[in-house]
Design a protein around this ligand. Structure first.
Ligand SMILES: Nc1ncnc2c1ncn2[C@@H]1O[C@H](COP(=O)(O)OP(=O)(O)OP(=O)(O)O)[C@@H](O)[C@H]1O
Ligand SMILES: [Mg+2]
Length: 228
């Protein structure tokens, strides 16, 4: 589903020759749950942003599903990001003045054509309820706990039933009990068939993954893939 070949990344602001990714080769199959670990600055977020089509300033080849990311137009890439990939971040990125349902349905307002999932607000209500927030549909983020906010963010990521969930330290702002529940949520989603990639510093998150990829200094140094 995801294939990277010799991916290299140099940030414009970085010194000449200083690469954030130094030749990454990686394949991830549909239905996998993968953790990406490594010290701060090793290149984890850079890698996730490239897989997610947020950063196309790199060399090498990246394909996600049928799409070769370099050959997509900006509009096609935006559509891939919006509809095929769900992003989840450490700090939730919710809008304070919108309710849970409005936050979850928001990506639908960026659609050009008809919604691929029917009424976005209805889908938002169903997804929030599925994630245990049926009594918080009209709550604004300032009335929600950290774990509840993260579940709103997960519901938003699931709006268009994406193929892939990309998570950058999704439990980084949560206490251990709440973090545990969020990990369980990702495991359940993976059981349902979602492909999940999670950047983490926490052992209990990587323990929950079926495969752990370690990055050091812009290179993959370990890939604990369970061979069939
Ligand atoms: N916008 C940027 N401009 C210049 N250099 C950058 C930029 N973003 C990241 N870098 C550099 O690229 C390298 C990899 O950064 P990246 O954010 O991918 O690390 P990370 O593994 O996600 O770290 P952390 O665990 O702290 O989030 C680092 O050396 C960082 O300083
Ligand atoms: Mg990072």
């Amino acid at each position: 589903m995801i294939k990277l070949q010799d991916v290299r990344k140099h940030y414009r602001a970085a010194a000449k020759g200083e690469l954030a990714l130094r030749g990454v080769d990686l394949e991830i199959e549909e239905g996998e749950m993968v953790a990406i670990v490594g010290t701060s600055g090793s290149g984890k977020t850079t890698l996730l942003n490239i897989i997610g089509g947020l950063d196309r300033d790199f060399t090498g080849r990246v394909s996600v599903g049928d799409a070769d990311l370099q050959t997509l137009s900006d509009a096609q890439l935006a559509q891939l990001r919006n509809q095929k990939i769900g992003f989840i971040f450490q700090h939730f990125s919710l809008l304070d003045h919108l309710t849970a349902v409005e936050n979850v349905a928001l990506p639908a307002s960026f659609l050009k054509g008809a919604s691929p999932v029917g009424d976005p607000r209805q889908r938002a209500r169903e997804t929030l309820t599925m994630l245990g927030l049926g009594d918080k549909l009209d709550a604004r983020p300032n009335r929600l706990s950290g774990g509840q906010k993260q579940r709103v963010a997960i519901a938003r990521a699931l709006l268009f039933k994406p193929q892939l969930l990309l998570c950058d330290e999704p439990t980084g702002s949560l206490d251990s009990v709440t973090g545990e529940q969020i990990i369980k949520t990702f495991q359940d989603l993976n059981e349902e068939g979602y492909t999940v990639i999670i950047i983490t510093h926490e052992d209990r998150v990587s323990d929950a993954a079926k495969r752990v990829i370690r990055i050091e200094d812009g290179r993959i140094t370990d890939d604990g893939r369970a061979r069939p």
